[in-house]
Design a protein around this ligand. Structure first.
Ligand SMILES: Cc1cc2nc3c(=O)[nH]c(=O)nc-3n(C[C@H](O)[C@H](O)[C@H](O)COP(=O)(O)O)c2cc1C
Length: 169
């Protein structure tokens, strides 16, 4: 009997090269907000947001399991996705920086169940958490949109580790 050659193992993934390649995919920038168990506002900058379904109206994003607010978002019944405009780069940096005091000096309204809706965003999606899916070192949260709104204004983009704006062709 002739032994079959085993298929060669694929090359191990180089994580920093993968991260760089993924950065070639241009995204918008959002701040996802919720209330923790004690009712305090929590939020972080997120570019993993995407649309999923119109019927029912579903969106998703993913949260790093090692992040300070992982527990709060993993348990939250509701959250809001605040889509940032081109003039809101400082908010994106603030909500990706030091975890304490992220809402200090930030203007917001209370949405459904008191969840913060950041002022002057270009769109908002108020969601009820519908499904939590294992996503490796992240948890994927699928939300059902209960309310949404939008404002005119240019979108803030993120790609290759930098912020930018779009021009139409
Ligand atoms: C443009 C951008 C997009 C990000 N997208 C995500 C994301 O989708 N999910 C996530 O968990 N963290 C994301 N982060 C990281 C968090 O915003 C940030 O690292 C985190 O809140 C740091 O604080 P913590 O670890 O103390 O919570 C992103 C950061 C930036 C700058």
């Amino acid at each position: 009997m002739v032994a079959m050659d085993a298929a060669p193992d694929p090359k191990p993934i180089n994580r920093s090269a993968l991260r760089q390649a993924l950065g070639r995919f241009v995204t918008g920038v959002t701040v996802v907000t919720a209330l923790d168990k004690g009712g305090a506002p929590v939020g972080l900058t997120v570019n993993s947001f995407n649309s999923v379904s119109l019927d029912p109206p579903l969106i998703l994003w993913s949260i790093d399991r090692r992040g300070s607010f992982y527990q709060a978002f993993a348990e939250a019944e509701r959250f809001a996705v605040n889509v940032l405009g081109a003039g809101q780069r400082q908010l994106a940096k603030k909500f990706a920086g030091a975890p304490l005091g992220r809402f200090d000096g930030v203007a917001f309204d209370d949405g459904v169940a008191g969840i913060p809706l950041l002022k002057d965003c270009i769109a908002w999606f108020e969601c009820r958490t519908r499904t939590r899916v294992d996503g490796g070192d992240h948890l994927i949260l699928v939300g059902e949109v209960e309310k949404f709104a939008q404002n005119p204004g240019q979108e803030l983009l993120f790609f290759a580790g930098q912020y930018g704006v779009a021009t139409t062709l």
